[in-house]
Design a protein around this ligand. Structure first.
Ligand SMILES: *Cc1c(COP(=O)(O)O)cnc(C)c1O
Length: 494
């Protein structure tokens, strides 16, 4: 499998061949500023899908990922996924007895076929070490990085800024990995006590937490400044693990297959039914994987995109207008991981929507990169949206509290605020006979305050995390100063 850029770069300079999976694993954007996508989507036939019903999660991951990765020998790839998707790594959720399932499906309303009810289910994706769905892909990324770096005899220093979920997920994925060091900046004193404890209690030598005196944007600006210093970047082998990383998207494709197979019956089910997925969305990474699963032939009837008050994406699917917001227009909400003003993976979907014509993508993103918007409503592309199965909706703080309360009352289950956004929008798009699977993107224990506001009590903590805030913490406080951060990296980059 070869990879191309959404902006049309084909081959390197001088007609070099197109990159393979390992070539782009450690890269960010393509050199032309676009995102890497596979040259074509591998097709999965329904008969083959039925054959996958008996596979373990790791087996399924191998079956799917081997279609995208042909530059890692099959045996090595199997070993990497088998080491990633284990009950020991995914035992941190609500029900450790189900840990071997990695991403169990939980019916809230079982299907009642004689009444034409498709049912409503949650796909549990938050059983990894940081209790959010990002672990599903990031844990694999950690193992892939270590493998590819060792093969090439290279090292990498990952520099990132986080306001919570992504940073901790990256640290838990990279801890103890050979050839990898992580320098994670976070806004000093602005994360929740739980988030701080989760990140700062890591004692691994290759993990460095830097609390920047400032807000998230200050931390982010430092990362950008370092990324814009090519000499420093090369000399200290600076890399990133951001949400545009293709391997993360590819790893996420797997759980759509897993959710589909679980919802359409046990080992003897059949794969001619359609299901719907509802996805709490921010950077469009999670739902982009659903789009790819659908392009591969998975019978997904609907992809329901849910946003919070930061509704850039809902606005696009309703109007054809994509209008990224500025920081000032991005509202802090009680589902903070969806407080996104610009959806970094969206370009991958638009590439397919416009018939994979890079000239159109270049033209659209010349407006976006200049801080403007684009409007597809008067183009034939807008009319094609239904072919891609997308619908959307938004959810507000009041909706979130109401959904958490009602879900607790009706199903005796506490969901986190992001998953609540997904459930709320899912309820607007249910179709008779079609199972609706809502992706659970985090566990409620990460957002205790909002849960208390909704139901008046805290959610239960997984036993292993009961004393998380009491563990010793390791963090270095620095000024919001690029040079100070660079000095720290130089000193610790080895
Ligand atoms: C990252 C995140 C999201 C948004 O996912 P995208 O891939 O950015 O669309 C939603 N919920 C939670 C809890 C997250 O951490």
């Amino acid at each position: 499998m070869r990879y191309i850029s959404t902006r049309g770069l084909t081959g390197g300079t001088g007609g070099a061949p197109l990159p393979t999976f390992c070539d782009i694993l450690l890269a960010g954007l393509a050199p032309d500023g676009g995102l890497y996508v596979p040259e074509s989507y591998p097709r999965v036939e329904l008969a083959e899908l039925d054959g996958w019903r008996s596979l373990s999660y790791a087996g399924l991951a191998h079956a799917i990922l081997s279609r995208f990765i042909d530059d890692i020998p099959a045996g090595d790839l199997y070993e990497l996924v088998a080491r990633t998707y284990t009950a020991e790594v995914y035992c941190h959720g609500r029900n450790p007895r189900q840990a071997a399932e990695i991403a169990p499906l939980r019916w809230l309303e079982p299907p009642a076929e004689q009444r034409g009810e498709g049912g409503l289910a949650l796909l549990e994706l938050s059983n990894g070490p940081t209790l959010a769905f990002k672990d599903m892909a990031m844990q694999l990324l950690g193992n892939l990085f270590e493998y590819v770096l060792a093969r090439r005899g290279e090292e990498i220093n990952i520099l990132g800024a986080t306001s919570g979920d992504t940073g901790s997920s990256a640290e838990y994925a990279m801890r103890g990995k050979h050839g990898v060091r992580v320098f994670m900046l976070s806004p000093h004193g602005r994360m929740s006590a739980f988030q701080r404890a989760q990140m700062f209690s890591l004692g691994d030598e290759n993990i460095h937490n830097l609390a920047v005196r400032g807000v998230f944007d200050d931390a982010q600006d430092i990362v950008k400044a370092v990324a814009n210093d090519p000499a420093f970047k090369t000399r200290y082998r600076i890399g990133a693990v951001n949400s545009i990383n293709w391997a993360r998207v590819a790893a996420q494709v797997v759980y759509y297959f897993k959710g589909y197979l679980a919802a359409t019956g046990g080992a003897h089910g059949s794969s001619d039914r359609q299901v719907a997925f509802a996805v709490p969305s921010g950077n469009f990474g999670n739902i982009c994987a659903g789009h790819i699963a659908r392009m591969m032939g998975l019978p997904i009837g609907r992809l329901v995109l849910a946003t919070n008050e930061n509704d850039v994406l809902d606005e696009f699917f309703r109007s054809g207008i994509y209008r990224p917001r500025g920081t000032a227009e991005t509202r802090p909400t009680s589902s903070p991981s969806m407080d996104i003003s610009k959806a970094s993976n969206f370009e991958r979907f638009v590439f397919d929507l416009v018939g994979r014509d890079p000239a159109v993508v270049r033209q659209l993103w010349s407006a976006i990169d200049a801080g403007r918007s684009f409007d597809l409503s008067a183009t034939p592309f807008y009319g094609r949206l239904p072919e891609f199965g997308f619908v959307s909706g938004r959810s507000t703080h009041a909706d979130r509290l109401e959904t958490i309360r009602r879900t607790c009352e009706t199903y005796d289950l506490i969901v986190d605020p992001h998953t609540a956004d997904g459930l709320k929008v899912a309820s607007e798009w249910r179709t008779p006979g079609m199972p609706m699977i809502v992706l659970e993107t985090a566990l409620p224990v990460k957002f205790e305050e909002t849960i208390v506001a909704a139901i008046g009590r805290k959610p239960d903590r997984p036993t292993a995390l009961e004393h998380l805030e009491d563990l010793p913490q390791r963090v270095t406080v620095v000024d919001a100063d690029v040079e100070a951060v660079k000095r720290f990296i130089v000193k610790h980059a080895g």
